[in-house]
Ligand binder design. Structure first.
Ligand code: NAD
Ligand code: 6OD
Length: 484
């Protein structure tokens, strides 16, 4: 049986308390995870502090950048190991993980290393009251010991999206991967040792949230900042923990994202785009579209076309050729998604397609499969229109004017992302200026340039990461004023 150990101060650490790691494809146990207690979390924090105060903290930026490039190269060299680990943990299609999760997991180290190497700080010259001159300039120092608390939907990608910039800025990290997906964070420990990242710079503690590694880490007084991706409700708990000691947080939280399709959009591209945004990764993407608004002249045609696309998605395990839809992550999450399928039915939805679990071959029957599902006909007050489901489903409603689409899109506590489809440039700009989100895609979705700001508005997050914006969280900016 595979063992997933904690990684503390460059060593793999077993504990006496383990929990099972199951694959969502058939719910078989594929490994045992060693849960970190307060002792292990404390050891990880101490190791991280020693790294920041030691060799890592004193290392030149050039050397640090070289090492982080080596980390990326080593992930790419062990691409197949990372891919196998991610597929076993998540059950997502091979085509998805091999094109997005693993390559991005490696790229996050190179891109942020280069950004930190090349980022300038501001400098001003001014005339002083006595007629002399003063210059001021900024100096960035690492934040220190950073806790990185991660979700399960894109385990390696979302973890390295934070570990990459944190390390590039000279911090040491303690990662708490999701209890559902312990594998790639653990494997990255081997990579760190292979390329010679000093001990204590990268640490991993396994476990759950409350009364487990997540809580022990985020309440630890020696943690200087917490970067978190996950549910808004969990963000609230972590923010309360961070209040003690007034520690900074960077939060990427939940969403209830709208997709908006205008009648003048390239119809086929819009259908393909919404198919991806609603169903990719079995709907387990924070940026995904669970509310679709389509301009009335093309509404019926769009519903029919999306239905055809959803029904053409092949459901199955990662390595089966042509698979477009994997399982949900866990039995618990399947139960949650199916409970929304039931609520939609109870609240009077027209079920355009799906609405339950597919029949799977006997060897996969215990996996967490659900059908891609489309609803129409619900009022905006319906549960499946208001609450984040995080499954392969969406409700489609018609609209008439751009103003109406803006009002519908903004009628939510969340503000993460939107995808808008139109061939009219003025409409595109009008919409982009009016939607209350951190990420607005026009005629595209989840198209990423890692130099750009990423994050959510309203209940979808605090702060922005990406490009130089990551430096705002992972460094402390000091102003130096010199009177000449
Ligand atoms: P989650 O909030 O349940 O768990 C995320 C992590 O937090 C896990 O590692 C968990 O163990 C830990 N945790 C839970 N309670 C904790 C506590 N009290 N203290 C410390 N740690 C705690 O989220 P999830 O189910 O893993 O992920 C799905 C959610 O993540 C969705 O809401 C999705 O929208 C969101 N998400 C957001 C983004 C984004 O960029 N905005 C990206 C991916 C996922
Ligand atoms: O692409 C990224 O950098 C990113 N943070 C993606 C988030 C996806 C959410 O599920």
């Amino acid at each position: 049986m595979k063992q997933f150990h904690n990684f503390i101060n460059g060593e793999f650490v077993a504990t006496s308390k383990t929990f099972e790691n199951r694959t969502p494809v058939d719910n078989q146990v594929i490994g045992l995870v060693h849960e970190a207690g307060k002792v292990e979390v404390d050891a990880a924090v101490k190791a991280a502090r020693a790294a920041v105060d030691g060799e890592w903290g004193r290392m030149s930026v050039v050397k640090r950048v070289e090492l982080l490039h080596a980390v990326a190269d080593e992930i790419n060299r062990r691409f197949d190991d990372f891919l196998a680990a991610e597929l076993a943990d998540t059950g997502k299609p091979h085509s998805l993980a091999s094109h997005i999760d693993i390559p991005r997991g490696a790229a996050n180290f190179k891109i942020f290393a280069d950004i930190v190497k090349n980022a300038p700080t501001e400098s001003f010259q001014m005339t002083t009251p006595d007629g002399g001159t003063a210059i001021s300039y900024g100096v960035r120092s690492p934040l220190g010991v950073v806790a990185v608390v991660c979700p399960w939907n894109l385990p390696l990608l979302l973890m390295t999206w934070k570990v990459g910039p944190a390390l590039a800025c000279g911090n040491a990290v303690i990662v708490k991967p999701s209890e559902e997906t312990p594998a790639t964070a653990t494997l990255l420990g081997e990579v760190m040792n292979t390329v010679g990242i000093p001990k204590g710079v990268y640490n991993v503690v396994h476990g759950f949230g409350p009364n487990s590694a997540g809580e022990f880490l985020t309440t630890h007084p020696e943690v200087d900042g917490i970067t978190f991706t996950g549910e808004t409700r969990t963000g609230e708990a972590i923010m309360a923990a961070a209040a003690k000691g007034v520690r900074p947080v960077s939060f990427e939280l939940g969403g209830k994202n709208a997709g908006i399709v205008f009648a003048d959009a390239d119809f086929d591209k819009a259908v393909a785009g919404i198919t991806r945004s609603a169903f990719e990764n079995c709907g387990q993407v924070c940026l995904g579209t669970e509310r679709v608004y389509v301009q009335r002249p093309v509404f019926d045609k769009f519903v029919a076309a999306l239905k055809a696309k959803a029904e053409s998605l092949k459901i199955g395990p990662p390595n089966e050729p042509g698979v477009g839809l994997g399982p949900l992550i866990s039995a618990e999450h399947k139960q949650k998604v199916l409970s929304y399928y039931d609520k939609a039915r109870a609240e009077g939805a027209i079920i355009v397609t799906g609405g339950g679990s597919p029949t799977m071959p006997a060897e996969l029957a215990n996996g967490h499969w659900v059908q891609p599902t489309i609803w129409t006909g619900l009022p905006e007050t319906a549960s499946v229109i208001r609450e984040e489901i995080f499954g392969p489903c969406c409700h489609i409603a018609p609209f008439d004017t751009a103003e109406e689409a803006i009002a519908l899109a903004n009628n939510t506590q969340y503000g993460l992302a939107t995808t808008i489809w139109t061939s009219n440039l003025s409409t595109a700009h009008q919409m982009a200026a009016s939607v209350q989100v951190g990420l607005c895609w026009i005629n595209s979705w989840f198209l990423r340039d890692l130099r750009t700001a990423f994050g959510g508005s309203k209940a979808s997050g605090i702060g922005r990461e990406g490009g130089v914006h990551s430096l705002e969280f992972y460094t402390d900016l000091r102003n130096v004023m010199i009177k000449l």
